[in-house]
Design a protein around this ligand. Structure first.
Ligand code: SF4
Length: 277
């Protein structure tokens, strides 16, 4: 039962185990190999036009999907961003291993599912329930723990998991999240969103239309300075320089800030050579 999952995994860590579950270990090592291949092999990085996938169904911007579908070149990922993705994937596999060690049944890892002729791969099922495994910052983890994700879901995780669950004819899939800073775990069951099928049709239509969809996000005020900055979704997007041609990047201690309009010059360095961010 998923209700006991968090305590069960903590018990493995608290009490220790008499011997390693060899089958779980073999699966973990095989999964790790796939993670390394996915993130490091050059052949997996070639920029090909992206197929329409269920993983895109939660994406908040169909314009970025339109660019991707046509193989438009966005920003290259920085090495530290690639490293972040790599250890995020490793953490997720570690969590799946621990779930297995704790006695829960993990099946259907990366099973290909289909909804309205669009394919996708689920992370896995735990005890028969479609689950999305997330490694999260402490800030994001709070939304899984408190159950507030559906109110603040800038990257569309709920819609994406809804599509996977619908494809498997389930109504109550779960997120299993791990706070990568503090090691806490949370299970968040959700109800499948209404209109999942209609949304898939909408996204397909947007991606296949001949002109790029409009930008769905506006720039937002940066405090009271009069400066205008990108909102969160655009600031993470690889196409931000295409969408916002006069963008300037300033390096604050908390991270880069992307300004669309500068009224008052920030008193922090401006990124000129793309070496930071
Ligand atoms: S920069 Fe913003 S509007 Fe442009 S494609 Fe990316 S998310 Fe969409």
């Amino acid at each position: 039962m998923l209700e006991t999952l968090v305590d069960d995994v903590y018990s493995v860590l608290d009490d220790g185990i008499e011997s390693l579950n060899e089958e779980a270990l073999d699966l973990f090592l095989a999964d790790m190999k796939e993670v390394l291949k996915k993130q490091l092999l050059q052949e997996n990085r070639e920029r090909e036009p992206n197929a329409i996938r269920l993983s895109n169904m939660g994406k908040p911007c169909t314009r970025s999907l339109w660019y991707k579908h046509r193989g438009v070149e966005g920003e290259q990922l920085k090495p530290w961003t690639r490293l972040k993705f790599l250890y995020g994937d490793i953490i997720e596999q570690l969590l799946i291993y621990l779930i297995r060690e704790s006695g829960h049944d993990v099946t259907d890892e990366q099973k290909v599912v289909e909804l309205s002729d669009v394919k996708g791969s689920i992370d896995c099922k735990v005890d028969g329930i479609v689950c999305d495994i997330k490694s999260a910052s402490t800030y994001s983890f709070k939304k899984f723990k408190d159950g507030t994700l559906h109110r603040d879901d800038p990257f569309g995780y709920v819609r994406q998991l809804s599509a996977y669950a619908r494809a498997e004819r389930q109504t109550n899939p779960c997120f299993i999240a791990l706070d990568k800073q503090h090691g806490h775990i949370a299970v968040l069951p959700i109800e499948v969103e209404e209109n999942v099928d209609r949304n898939v049709e909408y996204v397909k239509q947007e991606i296949l239309q001949p002109v790029a969809p409009d930008r769905p996000f506006a720039d937002i005020p940066d405090g009271k300075s009069g400066n205008m900055k990108l909102d969160t979704v655009c600031s993470y997007c690889e196409f931000k320089k295409l969408c916002w041609p006069n963008l300037r990047t300033f390096i604050y201690s908390k991270g880069p800030e992307f300004l669309v309009h500068v009224e008052v010059e920030p008193k922090v360095p401006e990124a000129r050579d793309d070496k930071t961010g």
